[in-house]
Write a protein that binds this ligand. Structure first.
Ligand code: ATP
Length: 371
């Protein structure tokens, strides 16, 4: 066991930073392998609030990227979502993160292993104060296609000539903190967040590229969908297959169908102008997974008689979270404990709520004004 001068146990922590928009299997598998090869205590994923290389392109909010990391690492004690970066101001430069860790008393037991992919490492000399990085932390470069290990070695010897480069083959590094610059080959996985965002845009499957929960979260939040944003007052562009008079009329019919099937705690959110996915999100719950399954099944049948067609249904087999896409209205039917875990209402807290008044759906705030 390694200890510091005062006898405190030191913990080797892998720091896996990046935009993580979204976190994918390439990140997770690489972290797993580095954890194992270097005998780390944990690997922390640190989504950058303001990634310097992605500033102009724009990215998903920090909170959502962090949530996806939490979902991807849920139940794992060695891979962790870290919100450390949240407490630092301004652009998320790696050197500042490493200094922050060094200077923070609560983190003084940490022996950091800063992990970067080959693509990022090959540009390291464009980073702020890059020479400081191996002084502040062990630097672990992981392989990533299409780059070769020789590209990494060449770059490392040019940029950091003063450090010995250790390229791991089969040996384990145990307690050797002097190896400042390590190259760790990981299983080559040609996966990138860009690819995932593109697939979502093209309405193609991302299954097995991200974890199931991350996939569900992306879907539920309409992340990476082509921006067919609607205006605030009007209904969606009429590319809908549903001939119902308007999306609000459709939402009303769906609301009633949920009630007819004894759905509980129905919440209708007005997403016009904020979500590219739909005009209204309806969230409701059932008492058991069977209740939720039965509700979805009967709703589809009864609504189709009223010419309101469900375009797709997901999650029917399990009945924990069934997502029904009616084009302009998206319905989330939950088994109660699952609903509180995902807390979609909390995520869309800004969205105005609709309530049923005299058989019509009206904005709750408009109704309050009249009172
Ligand atoms: P984007 O496509 O948006 O640029 P990305 O997939 O490269 O995203 P980032 O969040 O930018 O992901 O990467 C964070 C870190 O993970 C970087 O150091 C990157 O090199 C590394 N990384 C990403 N994907 C892989 C992969 N498939 N294999 C190994 N390393 C990876």
């Amino acid at each position: 066991m390694e200890t510091d001068r005062s006898g405190h146990r030191l913990k080797k922590i892998g720091l896996f930073g990046g935009t993580l928009d979204p976190i994918h299997i390439g990140h997770l598998r690489a972290a797993e392998e580095v954890y194992e090869r270097l005998g780390l205590h944990q690997v922390w994923f640190l989504p950058a609030p303001m990634p310097p290389h992605k500033l102009s392109a724009g990215c998903t909010s920090f909170e959502k990227r962090l949530k996806m990391v939490e979902l991807a690492t849920e139940g794992l004690s060695h891979l962790k979502a870290s919100n450390l970066e949240q407490f630092r101001k301004g652009i998320s430069y790696s050197v500042d993160l490493l200094r922050f860790i060094r200077e923070n008393q609560k983190l003084k037991h940490i022996v950091p292993f800063f992990i970067v992919g080959a693509d990022a490492f090959l540009e390291i000399d464009t980073w702020k104060e890059f020479r400081e990085i191996p002084r502040l932390s062990n630097l672990v470069v992981i392989t990533r296609p299409p780059f070769k290990r020789s590209d990494i070695i060449e770059k490392a010897s040019t940029v950091f000539p003063e450090y010995q480069i250790t390229s791991l083959e089969n040996e384990k590094v145990n307690g050797d903190f002097n190896k400042r610059l390590l190259i760790v080959p990981v299983t080559p996985l040609g996966i990138s967040s860009t690819k995932i965002r593109d697939l979502v845009k093209k309405n193609k499957s991302i299954r097995f590229l991200v974890t199931k929960k991350v996939q569900e979260y992306i879907m539920a939040n309409g992340l990476y969908v082509l921006d067919k944003r609607r205006n605030v007052t009007g209904n969606s562009p009429k590319d809908s297959d549903n001939p119902a008079a308007s999306s609000i009329e459709m939402a009303r019919e769906i609301y009633n169908a949920i009630l007819d099937n004894k759905g509980e705690e129905i919440v209708v959110l007005d997403m016009r102008g904020t979500s590219p996915l739909a005009d209204f999100f309806i969230i409701a719950q059932g008492r058991s997974t069977r209740h939720v399954q039965g509700m979805a099944n009967r709703m589809r049948r009864d609504l189709s008689k009223k010419k309101i067609k469900c375009k797709s249904v997901e999650g029917e087999e399990e009945g924990k979270w069934i997502l029904m896409d009616f084009d302009d209205v998206v319905v989330h039917l939950f088994y109660e404990p699952v609903r509180s875990f995902y807390d979609l209402e909390g995520l869309w807290i800004e969205a105005p709520r609709m309530i049923m008044m005299g058989g019509a759906l009206v904005r709750e705030e408009d109704h309050e004004k009249q009172d």
